[in-house]
Design a protein around this ligand. Structure first.
Ligand code: ATP
Ligand code: MG
Length: 265
């Protein structure tokens, strides 16, 4: 596990990590009193969060509420914080844009940054997992958006993360590709048994995939709902629909929310 030291008034982005045994047995992510401010504005303001090992958590919230900021902190990409953050040492991130290096072949993108010699066999194994075993040698520009996103997933999984952080990974995909990618992520999660934090704007996607759905608001976790439904989930089943409706209401887009008001205006 990795614990970021609290960095109050004068934060040092290069502050050393405190490394050691898990500070909180039975948790993959443990966050207390997290604060992140930009130019004096607290985007994250006293946030607490726990994620169990192997738990799939989805994070919803309005644009600009701080979801990506939280994810970047958990990834260790932003240390300019106050509060305590404990995360597994092995973690990986996939963003909305696949961020592949265009001058490296697909397989090299997958194992990029891993220690030792670039291992093509390893890359191909993970590409096969995402259904791209035959595309190892091609250039990223020859891939479709959905394929590039799957390469990005392979690149995350090859790190064998205990925590997988996904920031709207399907946001740019068409509905059909998106649904295939969602199913794939569900399968990969079941097989790899890592904790997942999925940031999404899609309430249905959240309820389809997650064990627990969080709603972020006012710099903290304002609401959480356990998704106690058997997998694979039926989006037409009444409990699914009820949960989706309740979460939409939390986001202010339920029957009495702003969207309904707009529709009747
Ligand atoms: N490096 C930065 N410098 C200044 N402000 C920032 C920075 N990064 C994020 N912010 C601000 O923090 C707020 C939260 O941003 P963030 O990207 O976390 O939102 P988000 O919830 O991911 O939104 P979206 O759903 O649109 O992706 C925004 O107001 C944003 O402008
Ligand atoms: Mg974001």
């Amino acid at each position: 596990m990795t614990t970021y030291a609290t960095t109050p008034a004068a934060p040092d982005p290069a502050a050393p990590l405190r490394k050691g045994p898990a500070a909180h047995d039975g948790t993959a992510v443990h966050v207390r009193g997290l604060v992140r401010a930009f130019a004096g504005r607290r985007v994250i303001d006293g946030l607490d969060l726990d994620i169990r090992p192997g738990e799939f958590v989805a994070l919803l919230g309005h644009s600009g509420c701080g979801k990506s900021t939280l994810l970047r902190i958990l990834a260790g990409l932003d240390r300019d914080i106050e509060g305590a953050v404990t995360v597994p040492r092995r973690r990986a991130v996939a963003f909305q844009a696949p961020r592949l290096l265009p001058w490296k072949r697909v397989w090299r993108n997958v194992v990029l940054g891993l220690p030792g010699r670039a291992d093509r066999v390893l890359a191909e194994r993970y590409l096969a997992e995402v259904g791209l075993g035959q595309r190892a040698s091609v250039w990223p520009k020859t891939l479709s958006g959905g394929e590039a996103q799957r390469v990005s997933l392979a690149r995350a999984l090859v790190r064998r993360p205990d925590l997988l952080l996904l920031d709207e990974p399907f946001g740019a995909l068409d509905a059909l590709t998106r649904s295939t990618a969602q199913r794939l992520v569900g399968e990969l999660w079941a097989r790899h048994d890592c904790a997942v934090l999925l940031v999404t704007h899609d309430v249905e996607e959240a309820v389809l995939l997650a064990d627990r759905v969080l709603v972020m608001r006012d710099g903290g976790i304002a609401h959480e709902a356990a998704v106690d439904l058997p997998r694979p989930r039926d989006i037409g089943a009444p409990p699914f629909v009820a949960l989706r409706t309740a979460l939409l209401a939390q986001l202010g887009v339920g029957a009495t929310g702003p969207a309904a008001a707009d529709a009747t205006a």
